[in-house]
Design a protein around this ligand. Structure first.
Ligand code: LLP
Length: 419
């Protein structure tokens, strides 16, 4: 599943000792396996090869330029959600014809820049947004290509914060609004509507919700066909779940097997936008034990990474495996005790793991927080005036510092003192 494994009880990323990286670059530290990234990308590409889809990696899941470059160099397109992500895409020389742009809140300058770049299309999320895109395109005397993001009103059975395809969520437009848009196409000057988009949520472990949503969307495509409205593209979004604990998510092959028949029937060109599936298990966060603290209720393992470095446990109660870099600790299970692994941030919600049976660690011991490649660094912040961690990319027996740790000047660089 991924390229992090023990060799003689020492954790390795591909052929590099993780402890060696921690020693060299200090902690907290993100470490990515390039091989795992590519392996997962190719898994999904192969599973869908019958349709030759465009796979647009979801930049928000991990926007490190070297990760983007790795994928772009292997033919991937990119799914972006902001002007900042567009800049990143251009920095790695992504082909604009392989960039799709979602987001409920695209601003006029963002829209203008994306039109000028010639991106493949916008996934529009409201009637008003379509009006603004038309206005900007008309002013620029250019054509803007769009897909309509459908909100199919399907429960995805995942965390409510990452459910995006029910009518309670702010994303996409319902079928009736989409109908109105298609019937009034000519009112939107300089806009060409090329297809439909859906993305019903993230960390979805079963094919069922995808299939239900697709059935609804494909029914709508048929309806449009009967009205004489032909489309070119169907973008089925991302959302594939991965293993953090003991989930048994559908594999890429199982997912493809479930949805390929219905996708084939549409005759449309297909886009997928996976993020987590490609990078989730390709990254870890390495942290160091600072202190141990026993209370009558529990043991706290206080480490040097906090919710500012990896917010998923605090925000979604997400489970991430904790693995010592030296596994002999785990094997000497005599001193196992129910423990919380907590960070230095001044919030009780600052934890990386709760209620785990862990051995007594020494101060200075190194731990890996597993499955931190997606929505890890990309959601990191400077809360508590902490410098965001460094990122290292491992490639076989070589490694590269692909983002330096921020320094203290970075924290105040944009400020001006007025007293
Ligand atoms: N396409 C669109 C339009 C999206 O909004 C997203 C993710 C994706 C694709 C990629 O989804 P994926 O394949 O990674 O599931 N921060 C949360 C996840 C937020 C997902 C946001 N949208 C987390 O840490 O679990």
């Amino acid at each position: 599943m991924h390229d992090f494994h023990y060799v003689d009880n020492r954790l390795f990323c591909e052929d590099v000792s993780v402890a060696q990286l921690a020693k060299k670059f200090s902690t907290p530290l993100y470490v990515y396996s390039r091989r795992t990234v590519l392996d997962h990308y190719l898994k999904i590409k192969r599973a869908f090869s019958a349709l030759k889809p465009l796979i647009c990696f979801s930049v928000k899941s991990n926007s490190n330029l070297s990760i983007l470059k790795t994928l772009v160099a292997h033919g991937a397109g990119l799914d972006i959600v902001s002007g900042g992500e567009l800049r990143r895409a251009l920095r790695v020389k992504a082909d604009p014809k392989k960039i799709v742009y979602a987001s409920v809140g695209k601003t006029r300058p963002e829209i203008e820049e994306a039109i000028r770049c010639g991106i493949l299309f916008f996934n529009i999320e409201s009637l008003q947004e379509l009006g603004v895109i038309s206005e900007v395109a008309t002013r620029l005397k250019k054509e803007a290509r769009v897909c309509i993001r459908i909100n199919p009103d399907i429960e995805a059975y995942t965390h409510r914060y990452i459910t995006t395809g029910t009518l309670e969520s702010k994303f996409g437009v319902d079928f009736q609004t989409a109908r109105i848009i298609f019937l009034n196409q000519e009112n939107f000057k300089c806009v060409r509507i090329l297809g439909l988009h859906m993305h019903i949520g993230s960390q979805i472990t079963q094919s069922g919700p995808f299939l239900s949503a697709l059935k609804k969307v494909c029914g709508f495509i048929d309806e449009l066909k009967k009205m004489g409205i032909g489309l070119q593209w169907l973008n089925i979004g991302g959302g594939l779940g991965i293993i953090y604990r003991q989930e048994q998510p559908q594999t890429a092959d199982e997912y493809a097997r479930a949805v390929l028949p219905i996708l084939k029937k549409t005759g449309l060109k297909i886009i997928l936008e996976p993020g987590r599936f490609i990078v989730g298990n390709a990254g870890i966060l390495v942290t160091q034990v600072l202190y141990n603290k026993d209370t009558r209720a529990r043991r706290f393992v206080i480490v040097d990474a906090g919710m500012n470095d990896l917010v998923r446990p605090s925000l979604y109660d997400a489970y991430h495996e904790i693995c010592p870099l030296d596994n002999r600790r785990m094997l000497s299970s005599g001193s196992m005790k129910l423990s919380d692994v907590v960070g230095p941030i001044c919030e009780s919600g600052d934890f990386l793991a709760k209620d785990r049976l862990l051995p007594l660690f020494d101060n200075g011991d190194l731990l890996a927080v597993m499955g931190a490649g997606a929505y890890g660094f990309s959601m990191a912040s400077n809360y508590n005036s902490r410098r965001r961690p460094a990122e290292v990319l491992v490639k076989g027996n070589r490694y590269y510092l692909v983002r330096s740790r921020e320094d203290f000047d970075d924290l105040t660089r944009l400020e001006r003192i007025v007293g």
